[in-house]
Design a protein around this ligand. Structure first.
Ligand code: FE2
Length: 362
């Protein structure tokens, strides 16, 4: 019985064409993946490094670099498009007086290109302009990354327009973050207008997030993100904006019970989201993620008010788990569909929660 053969990629040496010509053609094909029109950027710091065939890295003009992996016979097996470090990632920020840099390792430079260090007002700094600047930077950076995650989870075959919009939001908030970062804390007289301008900037993205959430819930959108992912990010941004209003209104420390409830709800969802993004074979890590989630679930019922120390201890526990996971995902010691940028993003959210809880202490 002879099955009808479909055309397949010919093996090396099996086409009758001279090998030399084929190799020259393959070399000309680089760079692959043609960057999008109108958005060329220089790759920060260049991406050269590994030479030769295996793991060869070439700089691309649109801000990405392409790593080609070759099989034993020199055929290209796959092309991995690697994002360059995001603004603020992989570099140790300089903290102005009254601020503290929070990294994975105290007082040390980032351990990888994915680690973003957080600049927060020092614990004894209750200056409203300083607090507002730190929280505004955090909120806008979060929005920029949320937009990036949406784009990553939006296959062009299924949601090309939504992907384009998500990319545009990512670029818009990256520019805004850079502007806020360079400008430094606002003047005491402009706290409210400062918050208003951030609210106006982020509202279109919140509306967009609602649309995506509704689309994914109703099946009109077929992205790779769950409805909960959209809803979760929306709640994070909403809450960040509320906190900005509180600071501008003179409230230096968060409301204790609200901070506990919000933090517990976010961490509870993070545990489940991480479990869902891990490779199903990573059963031990999945169970750990779910047990972290379960720990926070106990703090959610309105009837009970968990102690600040207890929740802080739980937050430190999930921070350790997320830091370890981020390292292992980056180095492929844990298999997953979790992008290292998202892993570090969730790590920073645990860090920010701990900072807030410490501010709630009398
Ligand atoms: Fe987030």
């Amino acid at each position: 019985m002879t099955a009808e053969r479909q055309p397949t990629t010919p093996k090396a040496g099996g086409t009758g064409k001279p090998k030399g010509k084929k190799a020259a053609k393959a070399a000309k094909r680089e760079p692959a993946g043609g960057g999008k029109a109108g958005g060329p950027r220089e790759s920060p710091g260049g991406a050269s490094g590994a030479g030769g065939n295996e793991g060869e890295t070439r700089t691309k003009p649109d801000g990405f670099h392409t790593r080609q992996t070759h099989g034993r016979r020199g055929l290209r097996r796959f092309t991995l498009v690697v994002r360059p470090p995001l603004p603020g990632a992989g570099v140790k920020p300089t903290a102005p007086s009254g601020f503290t840099v929070h990294g994975r390792r105290p007082n040390l430079a980032p351990e990888s290109a994915y680690e973003k260090q957080l600049v927060l007002a020092s614990q004894d700094n209750e200056n409203l302009a300083d607090l507002l600047w730190a929280d505004a930077r955090f909120a806008v950076d979060e929005a920029a990354e949320h937009a990036l995650f949406f784009s990553m989870m939006m296959p062009p075959e299924l949601a090309a327009e939504q992907k384009r919009q998500a990319q545009a939001f990512h670029e818009r908030y990256t520019r805004l973050w850079q502007h806020l970062d360079a400008r430094g804390p606002p003047a005491e007289s402009e706290l409210r207008s400062y918050v208003r301008s951030i609210q106006e900037e982020t509202q279109p993205f919140l509306d967009f997030t609602d649309e995506l959430h509704h689309g994914q819930l109703t099946g009109k959108l077929q992205s790779l993100a769950s409805p909960m992912f959209f809803d979760h990010t929306r709640k994070e941004t909403d809450r960040a904006l509320v906190r900005l209003e509180q600071i501008a209104g003179g409230q230096a420390a968060p409301d204790r019970d609200e901070a506990i409830r919000f933090g517990a709800a976010v961490m509870e969802e993070h545990g489940r989201m991480l479990a869902q993004l891990l490779d199903p074979d990573e059963m031990e890590v999945i169970e750990k993620a779910l047990s972290e989630s379960k720990r926070f679930r106990a703090y959610l019922p309105e009837a009970s008010t968990p102690g600040l120390d207890e929740v802080t201890s739980a937050a430190e526990g999930i921070l350790d788990f997320k830091t370890d996971l981020a390292r292992k995902v980056e180095s492929a010691r844990v298999r997953s569909a979790l992008n290292p940028i998202l892993a570090d993003h969730m790590r920073r959210e645990a860090l920010k929660l701990i900072d807030e809880l410490q501010r709630c202490k009398d």
